[in-house]
Design a protein around this ligand. Sequence first.
Ligand code: LLP
Length: 428
Amino acid sequence: MDHFELRDGRLHCEDVPLDEIAEAVGTPVYVYSAATMERHARVFRDALAGLEDPLIAYAVKANPNAAVLATLARAGLGADIVSIGEYRRARAAGMPADGIVFSGVGKTADEMAYALRHGLCQFNLESVEEAEMVSAVAAGLGLDAPVAFRVNPDVAAGTHAKITTGSARNKFGVPYGDAMAAYARAAALPNLRIQGVAVHIGSQLTDLTPLADAFAKVGTLIARLREAGHAIGHADLGGGLGVPYDPSLPPPPSPELYGDMVRQATRGWDVRLIFEPGRLIVGNAGVLLSRVVRVKPGVADPFVIVDAAMNDLMRPALYDAWHEIEAVAPRGGRMRANVVGPVCESGDTFASERDMDAVSADDLVVFRTAGAYAATMASTYNSRPLTPEVLVSGRDWAVVRERLDVESLIRADRIPPWLERPPLRDAV
Ligand code: LLP
């Protein structure tokens, strides 16, 4: 459930009509509902009822906006981070250091040192080489690094190939068969405190079976690690639960069903469980609000050209992702159209042959389910301003990221000294 609904013929985010935001801020603009995020955080926590003090470490990469993080910090969430940039954002938003899990295959020594000095729940290590590096960094600082290994359980997640992470050919994690040896090696290294096991097999999962298979493997591994003398107190089960994008498809399993599966899969583990949901918390809490520039006839269906483009919302171009498209003030008619942006690439297509609300030039539209992996993946390709973001809470709303305008983009560039000289033809 989200808080975007038609009232008196106008689409609202909570109590704010979206056309009011479009008039004041311009388009394209991302609009987020605080109540939806808070609700999703609560629903996920409730679904985990009965588990011993689980840590919900929100995957910051899904939406790292400071106001989003501050909303989720108040809802009691920690953070799953993959860079010191994300670490600093999480801390600045009020997330506690001991609620921070540091994931990622390419952590540098500097990043490890920063996290160690400022505190964290644990590093999720993805290789023995990484364990050696964090041991050396921790020894240099005279600190102990709390660590878990992320294991790659080699299960097929059944999601888009670009967001699958738990099969043997992916770059992620220690191969399941090598895990015992990895822990033995880590136990022999100084300044490491081995405390857990982690797994994350992919994103936008619409079936619980691969997750249950992966968790079963983690359970077996925990037992074997304990037999080998390792103290395993944490199991990090990652994120990945999908959200509905296309209303014509069956919805992904609910958080309640996920919680039931987790309770069953982890029975008797005797660990603190960690979860890293991203999309589930913020996905349906955001829309990309855009204005139709013009409608151009096509060979079959017309092209609805909007002022948002692939640089604002990459997901359709990158993953063939479906985002539902709705008019902000629907007039009741329907049309079949190709919805495209102004960028000079055929890939700049949000939808082909889409059955949608009839729209014409100057109408406002929204791309739904644009709270996760959307604004954060935006770029300034084609020298387009970086998309602003707005957070709504009840009748209040605020710009929570300004539009990075063309002047600031030009200002960030530098002309090297040899180009400051006048061109030859002017010099003579
Ligand atoms: N934990 C780890 C280690 C991850 O790599 C990810 C996502 C998550 C948690 C959160 O997964 P979620 O609950 O959000 O599914 N840009 C892509 C998604 C990339 C996901 C990367 N890792 C998209 O737009 O679909």
